[in-house]
Design a protein around this ligand. Structure first.
Ligand code: CA
Length: 231
């Protein structure tokens, strides 16, 4: 199995530190510091995952992502120095698998790489394996057999997030998809619903954190992976 991680990053010092951490975890890395050769390199070498910076000489990460998605579903993690940029990118639905804001800790990036690779390989812990059952016919969510007693609105939100583990949604996307008719709702309403669902989860299992905040962006559903576990 090819475990080469393609790092596309024009800040060489940043890229080299990251490459060191990935190699410690037995990944092979390849670094491209210019955007121009990335698409053809990816086509030829079929990396296991691409860490893609947005602001690059030669060609933007945005264009690279679109071009690669035209022929490949290789996992792509976009890295950017601007949180607001992530919010805008989510709206474009580029098909990136995750977004990481710079400056980042290399450890965090390695953890995210592992999670995305596990998801791509179908070996990530599924909601069902985590003890979660969502019954859309009666809006009932149970965790390890305990009814979470969600309201209809809370269920819709939770069910929507859980349908795509790891995918990050901003508040506007959640509002549009879950409460299309409730124009009076603002972004804060999503935060309130999230807090209520989290409390109900904690009430039946304080081990389990399923909804994660993504700083400056929004929320995602993810089953916590084993800390330090090997893929
Ligand atoms: Ca850059």
């Amino acid at each position: 199995m090819n475990e080469t991680i393609l790092i596309v990053e024009d800040e060489v010092a940043t890229a080299e530190i990251l490459a060191d951490y990935l190699r410690l975890d037995s990944y092979t890395t390849h670094l491209l510091t210019d955007g121009l050769p990335v698409v053809s390199w990816a086509r030829e070498h079929k990396p296991a995952l691409i860490l893609l910076d947005l602001m690059l000489p030669g060609k933007s990460g945005l264009d690279i992502c679109k071009e690669i998605r035209a022929f490949s579903s290789v996992p792509i993690i976009i890295t950017t120095a601007r949180v607001e940029e992530i919010d805008r990118l989510l709206g474009l639905e580029l098909g990136a698998d995750d977004y990481i804001c710079k400056p980042y800790s290399p450890r965090e990036v390695v953890a995210r790489v592992k999670t995305v690779l596990r998801r791509a390989a179908g070996t990530a812990v599924t909601p069902l394996e985590a003890g979660l059952q969502l019954d859309e016919s009666c809006y009932r969510a149970t965790l390890n057999g305990h009814d979470l007693q969600l309201t209809a609105a809370e269920f819709r939100l939770f069910n929507y997030l859980a349908a795509h583990p790891g995918r990050v949604y901003n508040r506007q996307q959640l509002l549009n998809n879950i409460y299309p008719d409730e124009r009076a709702l603002n972004d804060r309403a999503i935060d309130n619903y999230i807090n209520k669902v989290r409390k109900k989860i904690t009430a039946v299992s304080n081990e389990c954190e399923l909804i994660h905040s993504v700083y400056g962006v929004g929320y995602k559903f993810d089953v916590r992976e084993e800390p330090g576990g090997q893929a």
